[in-house]
Design a protein around this ligand. Structure first.
Ligand SMILES: [Zn+2]
Length: 288
């Protein structure tokens, strides 16, 4: 499942290859891919035709392309296996091609945008935008930590108010968006904070240190993934090379902590896993 850095890489690719191009026509090859567009595939393609794509935007893992002069935006749900590809017209159709968008003009006029999705959990849909330019269906999603307008103090106050634990808070999209399981474990390891620590015990400096590590982990992943769209290929699927090389906690059960040598532990956590160093990240005392 793509996380924020992968989605940001795709956004940058779209910015380079798709922004400010006018849609000539769109073709829905599988209706399931536009099922969130309740008015149906014909309405979807009709509304796109003749309109210019604006600057692609992202909040957390949500990515959208504004459709100029319509008050609407195309929201991309990548799901588990969704990909947005920019391909030459001449490239053979992918086996799981679901939607194709052709353009009339632009710097790369011989290319088209393709939505490819093997499992079709993802899809494209059109939504009205809020005055902030957000698709209305994601208006409740909080800003992500790479957003220049992310409010650290408000985040800290919300953490203190909320009776929850720190990893749950990091994955709560109404507090902070775009932090998935892997990035949460990595940032908590770097900050030496146990995932079950009650948020009410975090001081403001501690929250700021944790946020700094969240950003560092994401930026490191971005730096690796940021090269993958160079070759006319906007690929969101799969995990960036970062996941193979640079993880300190996630997926390292039984391997020595890179700081202290203690074997990393894995514990079941909300139908997922949490990886942590039992020495660097001390468990909080049980709260009665
Ligand atoms: Zn350790």
């Amino acid at each position: 499942m793509p996380e924020l850095p992968e989605v940001e890489v795709v956004r940058r690719g779209l910015l380079r290859w798709v922004a400010h191009r006018t849609v000539a026509d769109a073709e829905v090859l599988h209706p399931r891919a536009v099922r969130r567009h309740l008015a149906g595939p014909d309405d979807f393609t009709h509304r796109l035709r003749g309109h210019r794509m604006g600057t692609p935007s992202r909040r957390g893992k949500y990515l959208w392309l504004p459709l100029e002069d319509t008050g609407q935006a195309v929201l991309a749900h990548l799901g588990m296996s969704g990909q947005l590809l920019v391909q030459p017209h001449s490239a053979p159709d992918e086996k799981h091609l679901r939607v194709r968008v052709r353009f009339t003009d632009g710097p790369a006029g011989d290319t088209e945008l393709r939505f490819v999705d093997q499992r079709t959990f993802g899809g494209l849909s059109l939504h009205d935008t809020t005055p902030d330019g957000l698709p209305d269906v994601i208006a409740h999603i909080a800003r992500d930590p790479l957003d220049p307008l992310f409010d650290e103090d408000a985040f800290h106050r919300a953490l203190r108010r909320k009776r929850t634990t720190v990893k749950r808070a990091l994955l709560d999209q109404s507090l902070i968006s775009g932090v998935g399981n892997i990035y949460a474990d990595e940032a908590l390891w770097r900050a030496r904070i146990h995932y079950e620590r009650p948020t009410a015990t975090l001081t403001r400096p501690r929250t700021l240190v944790l946020l700094g590590h969240v950003r560092d982990v994401m930026n490191a992943a971005l730096a690796v993934g940021g090269t993958s769209f160079d070759s006319l290929y906007v690929n969101v699927n799969g995990e960036s090379g970062y996941f193979d090389r640079s993880l300190d906690a996630y997926g390292r059960e039984g391997l020595p902590c890179r700081r202290c040598g203690t074997p990393i532990r894995r514990r079941p956590w909300m139908n997922r896993s949490s990886y942590y160093c039992p020495r660097c990240q001390r468990a909080p005392r049980a709260v009665s």
